[in-house]
Design a protein around this ligand. Structure first.
Ligand SMILES: Cc1cn([C@H]2C[C@H](O)[C@@H](COP(=O)(O)OP(=O)(O)OP(=O)(O)O)O2)c(=O)[nH]c1=O
Length: 198
């Protein structure tokens, strides 16, 4: 059996995590980042927010051509409030203060435009962080890791030392729910596991 090296999927995302997650299930991609205003609309529910952004990224990326395009968006939700990425050290500290010593939701929307039309899913996971002393929050900011992460932490990185519990999809917290994404990609005819296109 010969492997098919052609990228079959356009990834409308600048996130290296999403590319690596797709590579981990044997899907190579052509990357076409899409720059959108990610501010929630007034009164927009978190689920509607991540699905709207995932869809808009997929549709904007699809305009660049190719058979299948994937967009995704991840936010942290605490007490109904959507936390995106921290703007600066103070914003990151206030996010971690909101998250420390309790649990929150991580929502990831994924949208794939292809031969089967626009297919979407929203996956909700629950993460619990331990108490985090102020000095540790400042140290964590200085590592640089929180800067481009929703909620200002990364479960897959240095921030893993804060995580006491995860209920749901680990890959969704990192940026792409692989079980649900694989199901959508199959329906769009994208081969998984580096298998050749049949
Ligand atoms: C909570 C959490 C988020 N994240 C990341 C996933 C997303 O990449 C990022 C949230 O920002 P997104 O806007 O979802 O994605 P992005 O800006 O990285 O890429 P693009 O918009 O181009 O697709 O936070 C982690 O890597 N680990 C975590 O534990």
């Amino acid at each position: 059996m010969t492997l098919d090296p052609r990228p079959y999927l356009r990834l409308a995302s600048a996130s290296p995590r999403r590319r690596e997650l797709l590579a981990s299930i044997g899907v190579s991609v052509e990357v076409s980042p899409v720059d959108l205003d990610e501010t929630p609309l007034p009164g927009e529910a978190p689920r509607d927010h991540v699905l709207r952004l995932a869809r808009d990224k997929a549709l904007a990326g699809h305009a660049a051509g190719g058979p299948v395009t994937l967009g995704a968006d991840t936010v942290v939700v605490v007490e109904g409030r959507v936390l995106g990425k921290p703007r600066d050290a103070g914003h990151a500290r206030s996010m971690l203060q909101d998250l420390a010593g309790r649990s929150h939701e991580v929502m990831t929307g994924v949208a794939v435009q292809g031969p089967a039309g626009l297919l979407t899913r929203c996956v909700v996971s629950r993460v619990t962080l331990r108490d985090i002393p102020a000095a540790e929050m400042a140290d964590y900011w200085r590592t640089g890791e929180p800067h481009d992460k929703a909620g200002g932490y990364a479960i897959q990185g240095l921030g893993s030392v804060f995580v006491t519990h995860l209920e749901g999809s680990y890959s969704a917290v990192v940026g792409l729910p692989l079980c649900e994404t694989a199901e959508i990609l199959r329906r769009q005819g994208v081969p998984l596991w580096n298998l050749p296109v049949s």
